[in-house]
Design a protein around this ligand. Structure first.
Ligand code: URA
Length: 435
């Protein structure tokens, strides 16, 4: 078999056999197919699409590109959550310690920033010393000791996704239901979990902007999980505006710790508790989602979740003093405001533009080799439905280099739409899939 023939076949709308997909993924993972050929195939697959059988074969090939972790020696349920990605989405940092403190293990394999969205690993790496590249042995040890462990794909776990993810980020081949499904489900199913809660974003800051596409993505992922014998549910959640008040790595770590201290933005707290509640329920720790929500609230109110986060940071080599002292995090030297040029009610935001603006400040990657600036960030002062007066700040930009500042400011200013009449607030959890 030759990669060039498979690229041509997909380019011409052909259907791949399971053997062809296995060849593509295993040869690419071994380094026998170069990045440029895989990029060409990804673009062909993005444009021509993959059918049901191809999508299942791709997911399984990527899953079996590495090991499937065996946690059978660890008592208790193992449950994870995965988000399809958005702007300011930092719930993993909050719910992992909540759920671990409540007695359910959270073996979490996360990704880096992708396209305009931020990645859990990049956020955690703003904590000095935090190691997201644990070996499989270390991953299991940390999980046993504190009930949570957050790492990236390794050479052992879903290595195909690790390589393909970085390539998709740099070749504009992210927003495709089959590629997203295979990427997410291959690494989640490799974690050795009993159940999975999916947070499928929808709206102007999501990869799937239309609700019906988000529902379709949720359905295919839930179906694959269930076919592999895992409990799964998907929450379709709002991404028409950033989640919480901040986007940017250090800023999001601080905001997450604030929620664990019982403070922080309401939407971020509500969604983190809701996702935790579902994790408790699917992990059979609570009899209902309602009971799970109460347990999650208790973990925050008692400080147990915060202490669990401290322990998790320490076990992964990070400086746990960050919990009490945010000044150890990288910070931007400069800041400036984007001011509203009109009065009215905030009606909509083009949320993806905020993610792009953050990446332009150095908070994201344009090529897969790019280094991230963990200190830059955006602070959002208004939410959809809020009254805004002319001259009020809409966003504070925290930056280190003014090279692209004018363009960043213009993009952010253009991302707001106002209305003369009151606009309803956004509903955070729009639908459930798989229940
Ligand atoms: N998150 C992932 O892990 N993969 C994708 O393709 C998109 C979001």
């Amino acid at each position: 078999m030759r990669a060039v023939d498979l690229i041509r076949k997909k380019r011409d709308s052909g259907e791949h056999s399971r053997e062809e997909i296995n060849f593509l993924i295993s040869a690419y993972t071994r380094g026998e197919i170069p990045d440029y050929q895989m990029s060409a195939w990804l673009m062909a697959a993005w444009i021509r699409g993959l059918n049901h059988a191809e999508r299942a074969a791709l997911t399984e090939a990527m899953l079996h590109s590495g090991e499937v972790v065996d946690h059978s020696d660890l008592p208790g349920k193992k449950v994870d959550k995965h988000s399809t990605g958005g702007v300011g989405d930092k719930t993993s940092l909050i719910l992992a310690p909540i759920v671990a403190a409540g007695g359910v293990n959270v073996p979490m394999i996360s990704g880096r920033g992708l396209g305009h969205t931020g990645g859990t690993l990049d956020k955690l790496e703003s904590i000095p010393g935090f190691n997201t590249a644990l070996s499989l042995q270390e991953f299991k040890r940390v999980l046993r000791e504190c009930g949570m462990s957050l790492i990236g794909q390794t050479a052992e776990i879903a290595p195909a996704d690790k390589k393909i993810y970085a390539l998709r980020d740099a070749t504009s081949t992210v927003e495709n239901i089959s590629l997203i499904c295979a990427s997410i489900m291959s690494k989640k199913l490799a974690e050795g979990i009993d159940a999975l809660v999916l947070d499928v974003k929808t709206g102007s800051g999501a990869f799937m902007q239309k609700e019906e596409d988000s529902v379709q993505l949720a359905e295919v992922m839930v179906e694959i999980a269930k076919r592999m014998g895992k409990k799964a549910v998907a929450l379709i959640t709002d991404m028409d505006q950033p989640l919480g008040r901040f986007a940017g790595h250090s800023h999001e770590v601080i905001e997450s710790i604030e929620v664990l201290k019982g403070r922080g933005a309401k939407d971020l707290r509500d969604l983190s508790l809701e996702l935790s509640a579902w994790m408790f329920f699917l992990g059979e720790r609570s009899k209902s989602v309602e009971e799970g929500r109460k347990l999650a609230e208790e973990m925050v109110a008692s400080g147990r979740a915060l202490e669990r986060f401290r322990k998790g940071i320490d076990l992964q080599g990070g400086d746990e003093s960050v919990i009490d002292d945010y000044s150890i995090l990288p910070a931007a030297r400069l800041h400036t405001d984007v001011i509203s040029s009109t009065s009215g009610f905030l009606a909509a935001t083009n949320c993806m533009e905020f993610g792009i603006a953050l990446a332009m400040l150095g908070g994201g990657r344009e090529t897969k080799e790019d280094k991230i600036d963990h200190g830059v960030g955006l602070e959002f002062h208004k939410r959809i439905g809020d009254r805004v007066e002319k001259g009020e700040p809409l966003v504070t930009i925290y930056y280190n280099s003014a090279a692209k500042l004018d363009e960043v400011k213009a993009r952010i200013a253009a991302a707001f739409t106002f209305s003369d009449t009151k606009v309803p607030e956004k509903i955070l959890v729009r639908r459930l899939v798989g229940v």
